[in-house]
Design a protein around this ligand. Structure first.
Ligand code: GDP
Length: 196
């Protein structure tokens, strides 16, 4: 398994603090509270690994986790967090934007969305903006355990349909950190990103 056993590597507070590229990077992004930390913990197989940055005031960090087989999982700060002043929010956006736009070792983006509220305006902004990079995106519709089976199926179909204009640059799946479902599917989608 691709992510299992990944270890914390470093935290980055400013674009100038990014480490020298040392392998392909898969970034994880999403609205605050969408379930990104839980998804990373589930994929990596630790209970609290990705929560190190969740204390208020530390959320603006980019956290690197080193994958066992080489390359990195890069945990980007959650976007759209309401409780912070606009100037702080702009600084976070600046850090994320610089990273996503300029990082050559970045090979693809995993976008976390709450399956009950997928494709918010902020998510669309991210998808449309990042699509210019030409790099692949994979959407995890997480907290799928909160939906009935039929709602899961219709949400998946609806989100795929809404993103169909992006062609194969964007893929979509259901995920649950609570039930640990969807792990193999994520790994099957992103593994080729590391070797392309
Ligand atoms: P983040 O801000 O995107 O990192 O979100 P968190 O991972 O901290 O999750 C936000 C909230 O959603 C927490 O209360 C989690 O326990 C809950 N949560 C996250 N993933 C799941 C899931 O797959 N199922 C359920 N039922 N709750 C989840």
């Amino acid at each position: 398994s691709l992510f299992r056993g990944a270890a914390f590597h470093i935290s980055v507070a400013k674009p100038t603090g990014l480490p020298a590229a040392a392998g392909p990077e898969i970034a994880f992004a999403g609205r605050s509270n969408a379930g990104k930390s839980s998804a990373i913990n589930t994929l990596v197989g630790h209970t609290r690994l990705a929560f190190v940055s969740k204390t208020p005031g530390r959320t603006q960090l980019i956290n690197y986790f080193k994958l066992v087989k080489g390359g990195f999982l890069v945990d980007l700060p959650g976007y759209g967090f309401a409780q912070v002043p606009p100037e702080v929010r702009r600084a976070w956006a600046g850090l994320i934007e610089r990273y996503l736009k300029e990082r050559e070792s970045l090979v693809g983006l995993v976008l976390i969305m709450d399956s009950r509220h997928p494709l918010t305006e902020l998510d669309w902004n991210m998808i449309q903006w990042f699509s210019q990079s030409g790099k692949p995106m994979h959407v995890l519709l997480t907290k799928a355990d909160k939906l009935t089976r039929s709602a899961q199926a219709s949400t998946l179909a609806d989100v795929r349909n809404q993103l169909s204009g992006m062609g194969d640059q964007v893929t979509v799946q259901l995920f649950s950190s609570l039930k640990k479902t969807g792990v193999d599917e994520v790994e099957n989608v992103v593994a080729p990103w590391l070797t392309a």
